[in-house]
Design a protein around this ligand. Structure first.
Ligand SMILES: [Zn+2]
Length: 112
């Protein structure tokens, strides 16, 4: 287990923020590891610990709405339609071919 720097409460360097602070900025940690932690001493109890993340590595919060999912599905469906024969190839048309395989290799399809 790797150790992260521990700072006193309110003494953490700039550029680090807790999840809650990131959220207030419209950001999320975005899969990054904990960069540091701050400890708030409490009398006769374990210190209160908060984990800090790098603000520069944080990603914007972008919740997927049903409309966004629909738009994504539509975009994916469009990418499966062969521009040559206009049929749904059933897979995304490879950009290197620019068309479905029966259109790209008609000879091989007939031989098969
Ligand atoms: Zn085709």
């Amino acid at each position: 287990m790797s150790t992260v720097p521990v700072y006193r409460w309110r003494l953490a360097p700039d550029g680090l923020a807790t999840k809650r602070q990131l959220r207030a900025l419209g950001l999320r940690p975005g899969g990054q590891d904990v960069a540091a932690q701050v400890e708030r001493p409490r009398r006769r109890r374990e210190p209160l610990v908060a984990y800090l993340y790098r603000v520069e590595q944080a990603k914007p919060v972008r919740p997927m709405t049903p409309a966004k999912w629909a738009a994504l599905a539509k975009a994916n469906a469009a990418r499966r339609v062969c521009p040559e024969c206009r049929r749904d190839a059933g897979y995304v048309i490879p950009p290197t071919l620019g068309m479905c395989t029966p259109c790209a290799f008609p000879e091989e399809q007939r031989a098969a």
